[in-house]
Design a protein around this ligand. Structure first.
Ligand code: PLP
Length: 379
């Protein structure tokens, strides 16, 4: 059976160029980057070149990039790092109701440690309200963390405006840009971003590696104690091959950004138009503009998206339900709940996220099968 992969928001296939670049670091350039001999220096050089490429992708300085184990670790490091560093200045953090669990669960943990968290509301398209943000700031506020783009409905938040508000009040501004990096033009200097999380496996790099950007001069408590790697901020022998892969993926993402955005928009818009033409009783979730170009989220009313996913799986289609409903987690999606969807709309939500390897022909196959399966499930 052929594979039709439409879950690029969950993860992406590693590009061949990325894999080729990584391979020598497994069994040729295998030295521990902290050692002194030539083999170690080669590995160290691979890491430093990658740092430069990641910095380039987001307009940061090389020394502002810290390699970590994943996007979740970058988020944990940002939140806990700022919280612990500044706990004698204040204990209040502002975030949103639609963040990824990497942020929300970390916030819950920090609440148990005595921090107070404000969770901003979003409107029916997933945008925060800047006045609500302004009004939530107190003298104890030490951090604002708002995601760059939402992973379920693709909403791109007003990042520059948020950064400005944070700057006026001298509060650190962090953004979880795991979904946005490689899909949106980002320049941390121009946009006023203080900290940013990114993850390699969302941009055609390997899994198990990510990066945290921290503006020079911002102090944060280290998250993993141990050796002196990553300028004493993240202990552990580096995942050299993974970091090199992230570097290559970042280089390619920068090179292809404009074309990538246009291609993703084309496929996404074609998909939505075809759904509208072929399937009745639907609701498109999330905004039309200020949205990730490869993201779509549509509720098929009267259908349980989990049943639909199983049917699609049988014909080789990989997609994702807009809701977090799994057999072990019956909680409906916190994002779709926050934008005000009713339970039937949440239950029927299907997230299709496009990537570089998708074609128009694949979208035709998807539409043909969606039409058939939805008809069947609606009885
Ligand atoms: N933040 C967002 C918005 C995400 O979409 C994800 C992953 O889906 C993460 C954080 C976590 O990234 P990782 O899987 O690298 O831990």
């Amino acid at each position: 059976m052929d594979t039709y992969y439409f879950d690029n928001g969950a993860t992406t296939k590693v590009k061949k160029e990325v894999l080729d670049e990584m391979m020598p670091y497994f069994n040729e350039e295998y030295g521990n980057p902290s050692s002194v001999y030539f083999l170690a220096r080669d590995a160290k050089k691979g890491i430093e070149d990658a740092r430069e490429k990641v910095a380039n992708l987001i307009g940061a300085k090389k020394q502002e990039i810290y390699f970590v184990g994943c996007g979740s670790e970058a988020d944990n490091t940002a939140l806990k790092g700022i919280a612990y560093q500044n706990r004698n200045k204040g204990n209040h953090i502002i975030t949103t109701k639609i963040e990824h669990p990497a942020i929300l669960d970390t916030c819950k943990f920090l609440e148990k440690q005595g921090f107070e968290i404000t969770y901003l509301n979003v409107d029916e398209q997933g945008f925060i309200n800047l006045n609500e943000l302004r009004n939530s700031i107190k003298k104890e506020t030490i951090l604002i963390s708002v995601m760059f783009a939402n992973n379920e409905i693709g909403t791109i938040e007003p990042i520059e405006e948020i950064a400005l508000i944070a700057k006026e009040k001298n509060i650190v501004f962090h953004t979880d840009a795991v979904q946005a990096v490689g899909n949106v033009k980002i320049n941390v200097q121009e946009m006023g971003i203080d900290m940013l999380s990114l993850s390699s496996h969302k941009i055609y790099g390997p899994k198990g590696v990510g990066a945290l950007y921290v503006r020079e001069g911002i102090e944060f408590e280290k998250f993993i104690n141990g050796g002196h790697q990553e300028r004493n901020k993240r202990a552990g022998t580096e995942n050299t091959a993974g970091i090199v892969g992230l570097g290559k993926a970042a280089e390619l993402a920068k090179l292809n950004l404009e074309t990538h955005i246009q291609n993703m928009k084309y496929l996404r818009n074609y998909y939505i138009e075809e759904v509208q033409k072929n399937i009745s009783n639907i609701k498109i979730n999330g905004p039309l503009n200020a949205r990730l170009s490869g993201n779509s989220n549509i509720s098929f009313i009267g259908v349980n998206a989990n049943d639909l996913l199983l049917e699609l799986d049988n014909v080789g289609i990989c997609a994702s339900s807009g809701s977090a409903c799994t057999s072990n987690d019956p909680t409906p999606s916190h994002v779709l709940t926050a934008i005000g969807l009713n339970s039937e709309q949440i239950k029927g939500a299907l997230r299709i996220t496009f990537g570089e390897f998708n074609t128009k022909e694949e979208v035709d196959y998807l539409i043909q099968n969606l039409k058939k399966e939805i008809q069947k499930l609606r009885g």
